[in-house]
Write a protein that binds this ligand. Structure first.
Ligand code: GAL
Ligand code: CA
Length: 340
C-alpha cells in the first residue's frame, strides 16, 4: 500500500515535467526559441557531432533552435547575437569564435535580459562569468583530454621499445596544436607531454604548429613539410590535439609511405576506422553528444526561468566557472568498437 502511494505521488510530481518537456512553451505560450551559432561550420567536430545533436535534441524537447555559421569571425558572431536579440529569441547558445571575447556577447545578453549558455569554447577572461547572473558554460575539463591522451601514449611507448627509433631513450615528437589561445588546445599541448615527464621519460619537441581551424588540410600540409624537413627521419611520435588534424597527418604519412605512432582527440567515426586499420593508436572521446544535450537542457531551463540543471543529471562545477563539464574517455585499439 505504501509503495502504491509513493508511486502515485511520484507520478503526480512527474506530470508537469513531462508536459513541459514535450511542449516546452515559452513565457508567451509559444515554443521556446534558442538562438545558437557554431564558430565555424568548417570544423569537423562542431559541424559533424555537435550541430546535428543540438538540432535533434532540441526537437526532442519541443524547442526550436536556429543555428548560424559564424565563419570563424568574432565580429560576425557579435552581429548575429544582435539579430537574435532583435528577433526576441528566448535564450542564446553561443560557441565563441574568440574565447577572449566573451565580454561583448555577455554584455549584449545581459542588456537584453536574455539567458546565455556558452558552449565548447570556455571564456578565458578571469571573473567574466560573474558579470551576469544568467550566463553558464557547457564544455569539458580541457586538461583531462591531454592527461588521458598522455597516459595512453606513455603506456604504449613502454610496450613498444621499437618506437624509440634512435634508441636514445628520448621521445622525439611533433605536435599539431589547433587554435592558439583556445583552452582545449593550450591544455592538451601541455598535459599530453607532461605525462611523459611524470613517467620520467624524457621528450624532445622537434616541431609544433598551431592552426586556428583545427583542420585536416593543415594536418596534411604540416606533416608533409615535417617529413621532408632536416629532422624528418627522427620523428618518433605524432601528437594531434584533434582528430581532424590527425586525419591530414595520416594522409601525408601514407603518401610518403611512412608509419608513425599517432594520437588524436574527439573520437570521430573516421578516427575509429583509422584505429581499426592500425593508422592511429588512440584518441579521446570528446562527448559532443553529451555537450549538445547539456547545452539544450540548460538553455530550455534558463528560458523557463527554472534552475538550469532542473530535471537533469548535469552538475554545475562551482559558481565561479558556472560550468557543466562532460567527461572525456580514452579510446584505444582495445575498446574503440564500443564507440561506433
Ligand atoms: C575542441 C575539439 C576540436 C575543435 C574545437 C573547436 O573541443 O576537440 O576538434 O572542434 O573544439 O572549438
Ligand atoms: Ca628517441
Amino acid at each position: 500500500m505504501r509503495r502504491i502511494i509513493v508511486f502515485a505521488v511520484i507520478a503526480l510530481m512527474l506530470v508537469p515535467v513531462v508536459v513541459s518537456a514535450n511542449g516546452a512553451p515559452d513565457a508567451k505560450g509559444g515554443k521556446i526559441v534558442i538562438g545558437a551559432n557554431i564558430y565555424s561550420f568548417a570544423d569537423n567536430f562542431m559541424n559533424g557531432v555537435m550541430k546535428p545533436e543540438l538540432e535533434r535534441y532540441a526537437a526532442e524537447k519541443g524547442a526550436a533552435i536556429i543555428i548560424v555559421d559564424s565563419e570563424g569571425q568574432q565580429a560576425k558572431l557579435n552581429d548575429q547575437v544582435d539579430v537574435f536579440i532583435a528577433k526576441e529569441v528566448d535564450v542564446l547558445a553561443i560557441n565563441l569564435v574568440d574565447p577572449a571575447s566573451a565580454a561583448s556577447v555577455i554584455e549584449k545578453a545581459s542588456a537584453a535580459g536574455i539567458p546565455l549558455i556558452l558552449f565548447n569554447k570556455e571564456a578565458t577572461e578571469a571573473g567574466i562569468m560573474g558579470t551576469y547572473d544568467k550566463v553558464w558554460y557547457v564544455g569539458t575539463n580541457s586538461a583531462e583530454s591531454g592527461i588521458i591522451q598522455g597516459e595512453m601514449m606513455v603506456a604504449d611507448w613502454k610496450e613498444h621499445p621499437e618506437w624509440d627509433k634512435n634508441k636514445d631513450g628520448v621521445v622525439q615528437y611533433v605536435l599539431l596544436k589547433g587554435e592558439p589561445g583556445h583552452p582545449d588546445a593550450e591544455a592538451r599541448t601541455v598535459e599530453s607531454v607532461k605525462a611523459f615527464r611524470d613517467a620520467e621519460i624524457p621528450v624532445e619537441q622537434l616541431a609544433l604548429e598551431a592552426d586556428p581551424n583545427w583542420s585536416t588540410q593543415h594536418g596534411n600540409d604540416k606533416m608533409q613539410a615535417w617529413l621532408t624537413a632536416s629532422f624528418g627521419d627522427r620523428i618518433e611520435l605524432v601528437i594531434c590535439n584533434n582528430d581532424g588534424m590527425a586525419f591530414g597527418a595520416i594522409n601525408a604519412l601514407k603518401a610518403a609511405g611512412v608509419w608513425l605512432p599517432l594520437y588524436g582527440v574527439d573520437a570521430l567515426d573516421q578516427a575509429l576506422t583509422h584505429i581499426e586499420d592500425g593508422e592511429m593508436n588512440g584518441t579521446v572521446l570528446n562527448d559532443g553528444v553529451g555537450q549538445s544535450r547539456a547545452t539544450v537542457d540548460l538553455a530550455v531551463n534558463a528560458a523557463l526561468g527554472k534552475d538550469v540543471t532542473d530535471g537533469t543529471n548535469w552538475i554545475i562545477e562551482d559558481n565561479v566557472s558556472k560550468a557543466v563539464r562532460v567527461p572525456y574517455v580514452a579510446v584505444t585499439p582495445e575498446n574503440y568498437q564500443d564507440f561506433r
